[in-house]
Design a protein around this ligand. Structure first.
Ligand SMILES: [Zn+2]
Length: 254
């Protein structure tokens, strides 16, 4: 994309954001790449080095200590120290400014919350909490608890991370909140998602099917690009969001 075309795309994205009545964001692993989070799939992805079965409920129930060893190394070694980047921080500011209604995220890293966003639907749950597999009680995932093999609740039950395992359903509240917002929305900013994981990927598609506009930020074209994106910005999340935010700030001053 030429420099002129890029400027044009950023300007159009800012038009859509500032002209929207009900804006939502849809985020995936790409938004956290600038925070140093490794990706799970693709070249050099984490799944290459670990056994995916350790994140199936059946295996977890039979061998919680082994499963937790993998879970700790894959997830908590990275998420505990990760910090939100400018893309997370921009979205949090847009919410405070009344510009953004909801973030639907596929990420489990908790970085939207750490950036200060309040309206977040964590479509695949979150690392931040542990859930007891016996009594259903929830507790924050502290480094002390996560270091245990396996962490246990006061009731004696094994704690499971608060994110969705393979074969588990989408958390019902996050699911309902996401689809309700997608039906209301007249614009959606997609950031760092390839659109290949369902049902999450149907959120931006629903916005589009009801006449809404879609801005897409991804370094490479995705399954959204030629199907639903009205504007495609081929940049990393933090870089693209800084540019759109700067275009919005110019308008606010004008
Ligand atoms: Zn319990």
């Amino acid at each position: 994309m030429s420099i002129d075309a890029l400027h044009d795309a950023v300007r159009k994205a800012a038009d859509i954001v500032s002209g929207s009545r009900y804006l939502i964001a849809f985020t995936g692993a790409g938004i956290s790449a600038d925070s140093g989070m490794p990706t799970f799939r693709g070249e050099g992805g984490l799944w290459g080095s670990y056994d995916e079965r350790h994140l199936e409920l059946g295996f977890f129930t039979r061998e919680p200590a082994t499963a937790w060893e993998t879970i700790r190394r894959i997830f908590y070694a990275f998420t505990m120290d990760a910090k939100p980047n400018d893309a997370h921080l921009c979205l949090a500011r847009w919410e405070r400014d009344g510009l953004l209604r909801l973030i639907v995220t596929q990420n489990i890293d908790g970085l939207h919350g750490r950036a200060g966003s309040k309206a977040v639907a964590e479509f695949h749950g979150s690392c931040d909490d542990l859930v007891c597999t016996r009594c259903g009680g929830r507790t924050p995932a502290t480094p002390e608890l996560v270091a245990l093999r396996p962490p246990r609740c006061a009731c004696g039950g094994v704690y499971k991370p608060g994110f969705t395992f393979f074969g588990e359903g989408i958390p019902p509240v996050a699911y309902a909140t996401s689809f309700e917002a997608a039906r209301e929305a007249d614009a959606c900013v997609v950031i760092g998602s390839t659109g290949s994981v369902y049902p999450a990927a149907s959120i931006p598609r629903l916005v589009k099917s009801r006449g809404g506009l879609v801005v897409e930020i991804n370094p490479e074209p995705s399954e959204f690009t030629d199907t639903i994106s009205d504007v495609f910005i081929p940049l990393g999340a933090a870089d693209a969001m800084r540019r759109i935010d700067a275009a919005l700030a110019v308008r606010r001053r004008a």
